[in-house]
Design a protein around this ligand. Sequence first.
Ligand SMILES: [Ca+2]
Ligand SMILES: [Ca+2]
Length: 342
Amino acid sequence: MVRSLFHALVVTSLVGCGSGEVLLPVPGAETEADEEVGDGEAEGETEAEEDGDADEADGDGADGEGDAPVENDGTDSPDDGVTGAGIMLDPEPIGPSSDIVDVSGGDFQVGEAPASSGAAAVPVILGVTAPPAVTNGGSATLLITLAAPVEAPTFVVSLAGDSGFHTVAGTDSNGDGVYEIDVQVSGDAAQPSLVLSVAATDAAGNVGEYHEVTLELVQSGVGDVKITLSFDRTHDLDLHVFEPMGEEISFMNRASANGGQLDLDSGANCDATTGLSENVFWPRAQAPTGAYRVMVHNYAECSEGDIAYSVRIAHDDQIKTYRGTFASGSAGTVAEVATFTR
Ligand SMILES: [Ca+2]
Ligand SMILES: [Ca+2]
């Protein structure tokens, strides 16, 4: 799966953050968007490829104008552009998909995952690690260590109890020799845990030994609007969401007059938390109409190195996932992730 990459710095507006705190722009932060649902035919002519849900095919141009000439079913919302953010849209295959998980950049096939063949040429996986927990609507990164370097490795990812399995090309975005597989969990996922099995495949389609990881599924609220921040390790990132009338929901104001709630918070004081996620949602029929604004504040760094995060915004029938990175040393800054209108 080829990824189209387009990076730009986030917008450098000052934003207020309750309690008189002022959040500064992020010099090193990038945000990318990744359309999550793959049944659409829409493909924009901006640097970003657009694909996914016809419902949301309004083209997140890098200027946030939503000007990509894309097909849609007439129900798009023209205002949910990325605010000044660079974009990475990850084309998903047209066809069936899992109701529970999506593997970023992967292909889904219905049926049993292929059995290990024992062929000698298949790359050997030394280990697979995953965070201990993820939330519904959140994402988790599996890290795959191979016994020896392989050019363009591919993997099978299978979720116990799912209707099929994913195949995905290995990506090593930071060049450390460890491959990353991004798993996005449906907002409706409700089982207590996710048991994922990963195997490498060779060019002939032979499948190696499966390695199993189990992630606890921490339940977070769902409704007309659900905004979920996920990050890769303990960090004091904070999700901030502004309602159309301006009320801000965050750890400083966990419930709005309209019923919006921050019901999952992670990393305060760098304390380890199971979910590595934050979630803001409005119960059904309570989310106000109008324009919402979503930001992530890098409140404090808990360990050295860049901080990759994703924000999944699900409202009504639309889902988009935005990816970004806080550069190491950018604590105290904020990323404007997106605005959207319902
Ligand atoms: Ca890597
Ligand atoms: Ca936090």
